[in-house]
Design a binder for this molecule. Structure first.
Ligand SMILES: Nc1ncnc2c1ncn2[C@@H]1O[C@H](COP(=O)(O)OP(=O)(O)O)[C@@H](O)[C@H]1O
Ligand SMILES: [Mg+2]
Length: 445
């Protein structure tokens, strides 16, 4: 009997749990979820009594797993391993979990919880008296274990269900599966600048997620330009190794379209990135006119060009605004940033540089800021289009190098950012599966 099952993407957590549960733990790497929950369930040895799901599984994955696991193992005890977060209650309510366990919980807490859940399952006739027999905090003495045939199976010993070779947890990128889909005749291209009068307002976060959302509508026909020439950090936030940078993209050689393409870095979510300059000094050498030229050239190849900008209204940002169809203005709830946004609006209007479509985003909204949205609107002198709440999921996603809207689809900030995508591409669907269906029927080629 292997009573415990762990499905997680954290090798570190796996090692910890293994040290607590020894051979009574079966582990299925969360990477198999790429092939759907059934790919995991079909690999579960024996009939586990308690499944620990996470860490590093998102809501949709966890939901799929819970459904597939309980369909086969009706009496299974379910624990989600996840840090305490505001949306966790929804998980517990909607997934009928038995417990939530922090991945950072002490060994005592972890074992204590497993013990209690085991006791409850036995008391409710969902597990047998002896299913969990060995003491939970099993100290493995290697010498004693050697020579003892426990008769227990670990996942590694179980032959794969299908005869085909098991998929690699992280498939090596083969030949690029992507190409630059031709822009259909008559389809207007759009360029969207994300601007803010000051740093730290959330420009980069919004630019990344905007590109990710637009890429669902126009796969591989979106390019995200890191034009924060001094402190651009998009490749870091997306855990990408840049193929080239904006300095290469504006170089004379890149006048050639093919050369320009080699300076772009592809992201698996279906968009390309023009990486920031390797240093602020090199960034300063990118002339405003060269940036304008780059935007124009990218618009000839891509359906959507999203541009993250240098804070403030320097020459580069002004020239960018001159070459875009949309501007997303980002400010947090701080009075100085809101005032600066108002000044920015007034200046742009005076210069005749306000792009045709304007989207006002107040980021990191917080009930405790002391300001209401009405106050915000009267300070900036314009209606707020989107409020993006403050959420710890933003930093988590960026630390994990995954766009928030794909890292945590149910997070309130992710949902708010999706509504910015919808303003720009009203036909964008919130669900990827729907996008894929739609993409097939609309595929230009
Ligand atoms: N809605 C939000 N909730 C919580 N933190 C946020 C939110 N938006 C941005 N942040 C955090 O604020 C910091 C600045 O965001 P960033 O997108 O880098 O801003 P900018 O590009 O304007 O300097 C980052 O650490 C980011 O994780
Ligand atoms: Mg930034």
């Amino acid at each position: 009997m292997v009573p415990f099952l762990l499905v997680s993407r954290s090798a570190e957590y796996e090692t910890r749990l293994r040290s607590l549960l020894g051979e009574r733990l079966a582990v299925i790497p969360g990477e198999f979820l790429t092939f759907g929950p059934e790919a995991v369930v079909s690999r579960v040895p024996d009939s586990p009594r308690i499944a620990l799901l996470g860490p590093v599984l998102n809501y949709e994955e966890t939901k799929g797993l819970v459904e597939a696991l309980t369909a086969k193992h009706r009496d299974l005890g379910l624990i989600v391993v996840r840090e305490q977060r505001s949306d966790l209650e929804d998980w517990v309510d909607e997934l009928e979990l038995h417990a939530v366990l922090s991945p950072d919980a002490s060994d005592d807490t972890t074992v204590g919880l497993l013990d209690r859940l085991a006791g409850w399952l036995i008391a409710n006739g969902r597990a047998g008296e002896h299913d969990f027999d060995a003491p939970l905090a099993l100290e493995i003495d290697e010498e004693i274990l050697e020579g003892i045939d426990t008769g227990l199976e670990t996942v590694a010993d179980v032959p794969p269900i299908a005869s085909e070779p098991e998929p690699e947890p992280e498939p090596e990128p083969q030949l690029p599966e992507w190409e630059f889909p031709p822009i259909e005749a008559g389809v207007p291209t759009e360029a969207i600048a994300v601007v803010a009068p000051k740093g730290g307002q959330g420009k980069t976060t919004i630019a990344i997620n905007l590109a990710t959302g637009l890429a669902e509508v126009a796969p591989n026909s979106v390019v995200l330009v890191d034009a924060d020439l001094q402190f651009g950090d998009i490749t870091a936030a997306l855990a990408l190794k840049p193929e080239g940078t904006i300095v290469d993209a504006v170089a004379d050689a890149a006048i050639d379209e093919l050369v320009l393409k080699t300076t772009l870095t592809h992201h698996d979510d279906g968009f390309f990135v023009v990486a920031s300059a390797p240093s602020p000094e090199l960034g300063d050498q990118v002339a405003p006119a060269a940036l304008a030229e780059l935007i124009t050239r990218l618009r000839a190849t891509f359906r959507y060009v999203v541009i993250d900008t240098t804070p403030g209204l320097g020459e580069h940002t002004l020239v960018t605004l001159e070459h875009v169809t949309d501007a997303v203005f980002v400010s947090n709830m701080g009075v100085p940033s809101l005032r600066a946004t108002r000044t920015e609006f007034e200046l742009l209007t005076k210069l005749g540089l306000m792009p045709g479509n304007r989207h006002i985003v107040v980021n990191q909204t917080d009930k405790n800021s002391g300001l209401t949205i009405k106050d915000v609107e009267s300070i900036i002198g314009a209606p707020v289009d989107i409020e993006v709440p403050k959420s710890s999921a933003v930093l988590l996603a960026s630390n994990r190098g995954v766009p928030l809207i794909h890292d945590d689809v149910r997070d309130p900030a992710a949902k708010a950012i999706r509504s910015i995508v919808l303003r720009i591409a009203p036909d964008a669907f919130p669900k990827r599966s729907k996008i894929q269906r739609r993409r097939r029927s609309n595929e230009p080629e």
